[in-house]
Design a protein around this ligand. Structure first.
Ligand SMILES: C[S@@+](CC[C@H](N)C(=O)[O-])C[C@H]1O[C@@H](n2cnc3c(N)ncnc32)[C@H](O)[C@@H]1O
Length: 234
């Protein structure tokens, strides 16, 4: 193993969030054990795809348009979108296993069949998504990393945005929702640098299909204003 990589060949990617929380309930463990494999978009991990071969999306999803949700948390927005757009396949990535378990419970309750989940870092997913394969991407309430010295850990940095742009199709939309004014500042600075253009200049109006989320409700209760930013790949 060389410095800066893992034994699987994976590059070292700093991830500062949590991957585990409270002890999982027995039903959640059961869902993780029985449901998760079938939801895989294909070989994403470095252990199962060391060559980083592109996923065969047509074999897995047919002709369905592909959308991606980055850090879906407990899956509220992901399940809402899957119900609203049954003709689309939405791939969510989330390393926090308790969130993944919550998503699986919600998928069972909603009975949707158009969600796919990668229980890990979205950057590993970006590696193997074919160039130009994704029609829409969502980043909702990303980790704020409020301290200035931690701003480089935010998703809205070139390290994340350049691979995201690569997998998006020209014309594809990238939506960002946040309640942190300094996150808005960094988003407006960094996202265009990566090559996106902004398409909606009113950031206080939610998208018509936005379900609101627990994060947003908490922000509103605590007096913070949500911001909704929309970009596209030219
Ligand atoms: C503040 S939470 C918001 C969750 C959800 N989007 C919502 O609005 O309810 C941010 C989430 O992003 C996830 N996250 C952070 N970095 C990530 C990465 N590199 N790939 C995928 N998810 C990531 C975290 O694990 C966390 O669950």
């Amino acid at each position: 193993m060389t410095k800066g990589s893992h034994s699987s060949g994976a590059p070292w990617r700093n991830f500062y969030g949590r991957i585990r929380g409270k002890t999982l309930r027995p039903t959640q463990k059961d869902h993780l054990e029985h449901d998760l494999d079938a939801l895989s978009p294909g070989p994403v991990g470095w252990d199962v795809n060391p060559e980083r071969a592109p996923l065969d999306l047509a074999a897995r999803f047919g002709e369905r348009p592909i959308w991606v949700e980055i850090g879906f948390g407990g899956g509220e927005h992901l399940v809402h979108m899957a119900k609203t757009y049954p003709q689309v396949a939405i791939i969510g990535a989330e390393p926090f296993i308790n969130g993944v378990a919550m998503l699986l419970g919600k998928i069972r309750d909603a009975g949707v069949d158009n969600i796919s989940a990668h229980p890990g870092d979205v950057r590993d997913l970006f590696d193997v998504l074919p160039e130009g394969s994704v029609e829409k991407a969502f980043l909702n309430y990303p980790d704020p990393w409020p301290k200035a010295r931690h701003h480089r850990r935010r998703f809205v940095t070139q390290e994340h945005l350049v691979p995201l742009l690569h997998v998006l199709r020209p014309g594809a939309e990238f939506r960002v929702a946040t309640d942190i004014p300094d996150y808005v500042r960094q988003t407006l600075e960094e996202v265009p640098v990566a090559g996106f253009e902004r398409i909606d200049h009113s950031d206080d109006r939610a998208w018509v299909d936005w379900p609101s989320t627990r994060y947003e409700q908490k922000a509103l209760r605590e007096g913070r204003r949500p911001h909704y930013l929309t970009f596209r790949k030219p």
